[in-house]
Structure formats: C-alpha cells, structure tokens
Design a protein around this ligand. Structure first.
Ligand code: NAD
Length: 327
C-alpha cells in the first residue's frame, strides 16, 4: 500500500515540483495538505481530490495525529519555520520529510533530530540530488579512487533572483543565499570529496543592497578537507551558474549542471556522465518511503542536514570575522 504524504506549505516548490511528482510515485501519494491560506485549500482540494478530513491549517495541524491516512508530513516552509513543524509532526507520530536548508541553526537541527528520535519517527532532508544517478556517479568516481585522490574542487550554484520582496531576503525567516543555494555548492564539495571540511574561510557581498539589506546576495567560501583537498565554492542570487569541477591526482571531472532538477551531466578524463532521470523528486519520495517501509537507511537523514548547517554556521562566522574558522 502507498504511504500518504501531507505537504506543509503550498508555495512554489510544493506547487510546481512536489505535488506533480506525487502523481507519478509508486510508494506514496498526495494524501493531505497543511496551509495557512484558505483559498489554496479550496484550489488544491479540487485539483488533487483531497478529502476535507485531510486538510489542515497551522492551528489545527496537531490533530493530524489522529489521521491514519497520513504517514509522512513533508515540511516545505521558509527555513525558520522548519523546526516548529518538524517537531509538531514528530510529536503527532508522523514520519517527517523536511526541505533544505534543514534550519537556520545547528541548535534547531539538533532539536529536530531529537524530536524525531524521541517519537520513533524517521527524518529525511529533501536533498533531491543525492537520489540522482548523475550525483551518485561522481561520488563513485571519488570513492573508488578512479583518478586517485581529490586535490581541488571548484563549485558554483546560483541564479538571478529578480524578486524584490521574498523571505529569501529576510534574515528572521531564514533567508540568505548561503542556506538557499550555498548548500548545493557545499554538497558538491562534500559529496565529491566524501569528506567533511575541517576549516573554512568566506566572503559575503551584495551588488543590490536595496534588496539584500539583511542577508548576503553572494557568498564565496573555501573549504579545507582532512586529506588536504581544497574547495573554492561560489553561490549567488545575482548570478546564473551551476557547475562542479574536480581535479584528482590523475584526472579531472566536470559537471554542468550538477544540481539542476533534470539533465545533470558531465564528463571526466575517461568518459561521460549522463544518466537520464524523469523526476528527481519522484525518485527521492519513492526511495525515502521505501526506506521507511523496509526499515533501511535513508539516503539523506536529519544528520546529513545537520552536517551542512554546521559548515554554514562556520561560513557565516568566517565571513563576519575575516579569518579561518575551524570546524
Ligand atoms: P515559497 O515562498 O514559494 O513558499 C513558502 C510557503 O510558505 C508559501 O506557501 C507561504 O504561504 C508559506 N509561509 C508560511 N508562513 C510564511 C511566512 N511567514 N513567510 C513566507 N512564507 C510563509 O518558497 P519555496 O521556494 O516553495 O521554498 C520552501 C522551502 O522549500 C524552502 O526550505 C526552500 O529552500 C525549499 N526548496 C527546495 C527546493 C529543492 O530543490 N529541494 C527548491 C525550492 C525550494
């Protein structure tokens, strides 16, 4: 039987990516919604045939505990709201999926992991790329040391955001490019080395101070890994870019794009990377639900989200102080 998923927060990502993907999944389906906007509830109810008993608002959400149709709550809200809704979902006894960045702080991440552990529910982070065979191929090339050890990585993730008012520009809601697109560049470096960074330096900047008043528009950050590998990473709300380059002892690898929704592809010294994938989101949802049903390991559990946020906190500290921050 399929697992029932309830989406919390019906903004861009739920509307354009997750709900459509849930029409094609084999292990789960869109069973319910949680929204603060009554008009959206009416629209979604009609479009996706969602029964009234599976529609919640932010106030009555906790009563989802008594709804057997819902197995998983998927939190797709601004990052500052992730902790509250993950904890409430866990207390309601539901498994939880949570979008990236996991939360604005390490302390939030720890509270989320603890709540899920205490309530014996699973927690998965929406790192769709980790389910993409193109990502898994560059991870394999490093793991099997096809070209020896990794020496240097260069990775960039960004897009030009023309919006002038959005939570991504609001510090209190968990905005800033580092958490939003920066985690893709960070994931590129972490997954391509298979290591955790031990020290960072960073520089924040903005070219549109009238829009990016509270948060950075651009972040450049440099990572040192235990093996000696180095990474130069770039992320911006002002620049369209999506690439990963890895230089090994005896070869190279380039992906462009490396973290798009589809058509990620690249090449390396001795071959190409090009695994077509219909829907990253559908594969992520199906694989995470299968892991829960079978009691196997999740590809990106809460601990993986936490690893990134530890580095993100160090990057902000380094950008502020101008020096090297050890992790
Ligand atoms: P969005 O602004 O389009 O949607 C946010 C939703 O939260 C809206 O429905 C809004 O009504 C609701 N909301 C509730 N309280 C709010 C408040 N105080 N301020 C603003 N909105 C509020 O954002 P989105 O792009 O859908 O992003 C939501 C989450 O999904 C974020 O964590 C984001 O990083 C993540 N995301 C992930 C991917 C991915 O590829 N994995 C892509 C896009 C977004």
């Amino acid at each position: 039987e399929k697992m029932g998923i309830a989406l919390v927060g019906l903004g861009y990502y739920s509307t354009d990516l997750l709900a459509p993907a849930l029409q094609t999944t084999t292990n789960c389906y869109l069973a319910g919604i949680v929204t603060g906007t009554p008009e959206k509830a009416i629209k979604w109810k009609q479009k996706y045939n969602i029964p009234d008993k599976n529609i919640y608002n932010y106030q009555n959400f906790d009563s989802i505990a008594n709804n057997p149709d819902i197995d998983v709550v998927y939190v797709v809200l601004p990052p500052s709201m992730h902790k509250e809704f993950v904890v409430r979902a866990a207390r309601a006894g539901k498994h939880v999926f949570c979008e990236k960045p996991m939360a604005p702080s390490v302390s939030d991440c720890l509270a989320m992991i603890k709540a899920c552990k205490d309530n014996k529910v699973n927690l998965a982070i929406g790192y769709r790329c980790q389910h993409d065979p193109n990502t898994q191929e560059y991870m394999r090339i490093t793991r099997e040391q096809v070209y020896g050890k990794v020496k240097m990585i260069s990775c960039g993730a960004g897009y030009f955001d023309a919006r002038t008012t959005h939570w991504k520009q609001n510090k209190a809601l968990g905005g800033g490019v580092m958490g939003d697109m920066g985690v893709y560049a960070l994931q590129g470096a972490r997954l391509a080395t298979g290591e955790e960074p031990i020290a960072v330096t960073a520089q924040a900047s903005t070219t549109r101070p009238e829009i990016y008043k509270e948060v950075e528009e651009t972040m450049m950050f440099q990572l040192q890994f235990p093996s000696g590998a180095l990474a130069a990473c770039h992320t911006s709300f002002g620049i369209n870019m999506n690439y990963l380059q890895v230089n090994y002892e005896k070869g190279w690898l380039k992906m462009e794009p490396f973290s798009a929704y589809s058509d990620n592809k690249g090449s390396h010294s001795n071959g190409v990377i090009n695994f077509p994938l219909k829907s990253q989101q559908a594969k992520q949802l199906d694989e995470d639900c299968a892991a829960i049903m079978n009691g196997t390991t999740l590809i990106a559990p809460g601990e993986e989200g936490l690893r990134d946020i530890k580095v993100v906190e160090a990057i902000y500290k380094a950008a502020q102080n101008g020096g090297t921050v050890k992790i």
